[in-house]
Design a protein around this ligand. Sequence first.
Ligand SMILES: *[C@@H]1O[C@H](CO)[C@@H](O)[C@H](O)[C@H]1NC(C)=O
Ligand SMILES: *[C@@H]1O[C@H](CO)[C@@H](O)[C@H](O)[C@H]1NC(C)=O
Ligand SMILES: *[C@@H]1O[C@H](CO)[C@@H](O)[C@H](O)[C@H]1NC(C)=O
Ligand SMILES: *[C@@H]1O[C@H](CO)[C@@H](O)[C@H](O)[C@H]1NC(C)=O
Ligand SMILES: *[C@@H]1O[C@H](CO)[C@@H](O)[C@H](O)[C@H]1NC(C)=O
Ligand SMILES: *[C@@H]1O[C@H](CO)[C@@H](O)[C@H](O)[C@H]1NC(C)=O
Ligand SMILES: *[C@@H]1O[C@H](CO)[C@@H](O)[C@H](O)[C@H]1NC(C)=O
Ligand SMILES: *[C@@H]1O[C@H](CO)[C@@H](O)[C@H](O)[C@H]1NC(C)=O
Ligand SMILES: *[C@@H]1O[C@H](CO)[C@@H](O)[C@H](O)[C@H]1NC(C)=O
Ligand SMILES: *[C@@H]1O[C@H](CO)[C@@H](O)[C@H](O)[C@H]1NC(C)=O
Ligand SMILES: *[C@@H]1O[C@H](CO)[C@@H](O)[C@H](O)[C@H]1NC(C)=O
Ligand SMILES: *[C@@H]1O[C@H](CO)[C@@H](O)[C@H](O)[C@H]1NC(C)=O
Length: 476
Amino acid sequence: MFTILSLLFFLAAPTAAYVVNNGTTCYLYPESLTHSGQPVDDTPSVLQAFELCGINGTIIFTKNTFNMFQIMNTTNLLNCNVEIQGELLYSTNIPYWLSHSINVGLQNQSTAWLFGGTNITIAGGGTINGNGQVWYTQNRNNANQPRRPITITFFNSTNLFVDSIRFIQPQFWASFISYSRNVTMTNILVNATSNDEWNVVNTDGTNTWNSADVFIANWTVQNGDDCVAAKGNTTNLHVKNVTCLEGNGMTVGSVGQYPLTPDYDEDILFEDVVVRRGINAGYIKTWQGVPQDNSGNGDAGGGGSGLVRNVTFRNFEIEDVGLPIQLSQCIYSETGADICDTSKMRVEDVVWENVRGTSRYNIAASIFCTSNAPCPGIFFRDVNITSVNATLGLPLWDTNLQDEVFQCANIKNEADSGIPCNRRAPDNFGQVVRENVKDEPRVGPSLMMKSEGENLIDQRALYSVGSWIMELILRS
Ligand SMILES: *[C@@H]1O[C@H](CO)[C@@H](O)[C@H](O)[C@H]1NC(C)=O
Ligand SMILES: *[C@@H]1O[C@H](CO)[C@@H](O)[C@H](O)[C@H]1NC(C)=O
Ligand SMILES: *[C@@H]1O[C@H](CO)[C@@H](O)[C@H](O)[C@H]1NC(C)=O
Ligand SMILES: *[C@@H]1O[C@H](CO)[C@@H](O)[C@H](O)[C@H]1NC(C)=O
Ligand SMILES: *[C@@H]1O[C@H](CO)[C@@H](O)[C@H](O)[C@H]1NC(C)=O
Ligand SMILES: *[C@@H]1O[C@H](CO)[C@@H](O)[C@H](O)[C@H]1NC(C)=O
Ligand SMILES: *[C@@H]1O[C@H](CO)[C@@H](O)[C@H](O)[C@H]1NC(C)=O
Ligand SMILES: *[C@@H]1O[C@H](CO)[C@@H](O)[C@H](O)[C@H]1NC(C)=O
Ligand SMILES: *[C@@H]1O[C@H](CO)[C@@H](O)[C@H](O)[C@H]1NC(C)=O
Ligand SMILES: *[C@@H]1O[C@H](CO)[C@@H](O)[C@H](O)[C@H]1NC(C)=O
Ligand SMILES: *[C@@H]1O[C@H](CO)[C@@H](O)[C@H](O)[C@H]1NC(C)=O
Ligand SMILES: *[C@@H]1O[C@H](CO)[C@@H](O)[C@H](O)[C@H]1NC(C)=O
């Protein structure tokens, strides 16, 4: 009986049946097709396909759902086209991923799939589904949970072209571009939404690190964190035509986290960007100059040096954004100690140009540079931001400041910057604003909102337009 069943099983599911290979092309079919639709781990077949066709070949994920139960390392590919027609669906076995995800070398981040090679295309209109709801729920709004996996990390890749892929419910960041050069990612959807009270913290669209010549275009990102972020050693990043819904918009940083590895972020252009209901729109965030434990961030940081130079935020259309423009040099101070005006990161030549639309509160911009290294070359050109209330002819509440606030500190060229500075920027102004700025700082930290770790801020904004009341509880 047992033998017959085994034989039947064997006939129905012969070894490698799910990689159909003619030498150069590997077609992948999921195990579930021969297991009465039951989800069976497809990662062994996928790894086999990359073994067979990862060099001078084509790998086709047919229009089916593939169950991804294990980490994958498919690096050192060469001249390979990957076509994703169907869906890759990650398992929800949280203990497995927390103990197996692959360290990526930045902060305490790790990944479910390490991918890399030379002359690689990934296309096909398919979906990579991180099954992220379980991650959002168990994470309970914490920031940078150690070993919560990045969906896919493009590592050590040269001439990588990723087109028409949907990243649905990423477990953590949807993608990460690390130690790579000449990477293009176009026509991408990233969508992380939560169906319970816990937020989609750290669901960044992508981050770049130690990478050069990266082109990102035609993205729509709905998430709860950075849309696209340039981490340390990003050079020549060009981001064009991206719509960011609800997250943090376009980011340079965080940089300056580690004293032993300086960060150089240069020649970065974000253009034709739409941000709706975002926390920020175009911002630069550096750590303070004094290292500090930051347990809320799952990590420590500060004291890193380096340079952020030649960054342009151009043609931004914003709608209902909390703090549209920010340059902060103390973004993750959590102790409250007076160490915010200490950053060793230099910031220079940054332009915000043609940024239009509405801020959620009465603040458009906060630009703080450290007093020991005032920033040269900071410019606003055609920046026109008005609070939502003002555009509706309504008063702003709980404040005596009805005009838009532009906070500035230590801008070397302030006089010719084009920034209508009308308030001094506090050194510890956090990235999340949850109320209108008032004329006189009240006792306590409520005006100068402190961040509590990378993307670890409770935001409870009660914001009313007429009878419309919206409560946002964001932690990003
Ligand atoms: C394998 O199949 C692909 C796609 O159908 C085709 O382009 C290729 O020529 C085939 N190669 C061989 C060696 O048959
Ligand atoms: C891959 O193709 C290149 C050039 O077409 C060739 O030089 C190389 O030997 C091929 N490698 C393999 C493993 O087939
Ligand atoms: C990934 O696989 C490559 C071999 O292709 C190996 O050299 C490398 O050490 C592996 N990386 C990790 C993190 O396992
Ligand atoms: C990658 O593609 C480029 C451009 O087609 C080609 O010049 C180069 O030789 C390829 N690299 C390898 C390692 O095959
Ligand atoms: C990076 O890729 C190159 C091929 O382009 C390879 O020779 C090298 O071993 C890879 N490095 C790592 C760490 O995987
Ligand atoms: C950069 O990558 C693209 C594919 O996205 C490729 O067509 C182009 O040849 C590469 N550029 C260089 C200089 O190799
Ligand atoms: C993201 O997914 C949610 C839930 O399915 C959906 O309501 C929303 O429209 C999607 N957003 C985008 C930009 O596709
Ligand atoms: C962006 O999308 C438009 C409209 O679909 C298309 O014409 C254009 O080629 C796309 N750009 C890129 C870089 O893929
Ligand atoms: C911008 O990207 C969107 C997809 O996110 C696309 O529909 C649109 O056509 C693109 N616009 C241009 C001008 O390329
Ligand atoms: C950035 O590159 C420099 C060399 O240019 C290196 O010293 C530094 O360690 C790198 N930083 C990171 C964060 O890898
Ligand atoms: C600034 O960066 C842009 C790319 O965004 C580049 O074209 C330009 O040459 C750079 N300018 C300087 C002065 O480095
Ligand atoms: C700024 O935008 C508002 C609408 O939001 C408009 O009424 C006003 O004319 C604009 N100002 C300038 C100088 O363009």
